[in-house]
Design a protein around this ligand. Structure first.
Ligand code: NAP
Length: 248
């Protein structure tokens, strides 16, 4: 990409797009965004975009070298732990600055009926005791791992169709961000009595939790993987820009 600093943004989130937008407006740094390529028609950030995996830690390290990348901002989704682990390893191997940009976690407020569970198995064990008609808003890959649970109806919502659906499920194609009004209509319209979601954080994904609170519905939340230890970490794109400025 020529001389001077080049930032690699590991993307796939609204925060990654916002960061690219801020760098475009700022005009002082060069960047490119990498997307995994899970979504066929992704919402693209401004600037150069590269789509597809790197081929593990070694593949990423080779890419960083070839492109002359001088810093990596990992703005992948809080549940994209493999990419994060690999990005930390590759940047450590090359001695490059790494920043984790991870949105703040949600906090329960009065009226919320949240049940936080460690994984999908625990969620499925709990669900029949809290609801019968479940909105599963967990993303395509996790939805494909939902087991058949006698007596449960699943309304699975994702951007693209999961490779498989559990028995007694309907699939709804939709892409966030969602509004509170739309989420309330969805829950009422499908007579949903429980919500299964990832504890992702972020505003766009929050509306379903607010709608569940309004309707008094239980929410089973898959716990967020911990923020990786011993790495620089910020929660907003503005803080990521400030971190990049300090590197210059
Ligand atoms: P993952 O399990 O952490 O990563 C699996 C593999 O996908 C990685 O080893 C890497 O392949 C490739 N990859 C992941 N993110 C990439 C990126 N930004 N650019 C280039 N390659 C990437 O990730 P995931 O959970 O499948 O998520 C895939 C993407 O979807 C992420 O970018 C994430 O931000 C976004 N996303 C995930 C979720 C979720 O719930 N997991 C929700 C919303 C958005 P190689 O090993 O070949 O390099």
């Amino acid at each position: 990409m020529g001389p001077g600093p080049v930032v690699l943004i590991l993307g796939g989130t609204a925060e990654a797009r916002e960061l690219a937008g801020r760098l475009a407006a700022d005009g002082r740094l060069r960047w490119l965004t990498a997307l995994a390529g899970r979504t066929r028609d992704p919402v693209l950030p401004p600037g150069k975009v590269r789509i597809g995996g790197f081929g593990g830690i070694d593949g990423l390290a080779a890419f960083l070298g070839q492109q002359g990348v001088t810093a990596v901002v990992d703005a992948t989704h809080p549940f994209a732990t493999r990419m994060t682990t690999q990005a930390i390893a590759a940047t450590r191997a090359l001695g490059l600055p790494y920043l984790r940009l991870e949105r703040r976690a949600w906090r329960a407020e009065p009226g919320d009926r949240w049940h936080e569970v460690a994984d999908i198995d625990a969620a499925v064990r709990l669900l029949p005791s809290v609801g019968r008609r479940v909105l599963a808003a967990v993303g395509r890959q996790t939805a494909a791992a939902l087991p058949d649970v006698p007596g449960l109806f699943w309304l699975v919502r994702s951007i693209e169709r999961p490779a498989r659906l559990p028995a007694n499920a309907a699939w709804l194609r939709a892409r966030g961000p969602f509004t509170l009004a739309a989420e309330r209509d969805l829950l009422v319209g499908h007579r949903i009595d429980a919500v299964l979601a990832k504890a992702s954080g972020g505003e766009g994904a929050r509306a379903k939790l607010l709608a569940a609170r309004e309707l008094g519905l239980p929410v089973v939340l898959l716990a967020r993987p911990p923020v990786p230890p011993d790495v620089a970490c910020v929660t907003t794109p503005a803080e990521a820009v400030a971190w990049l400025e300090r590197l210059r």
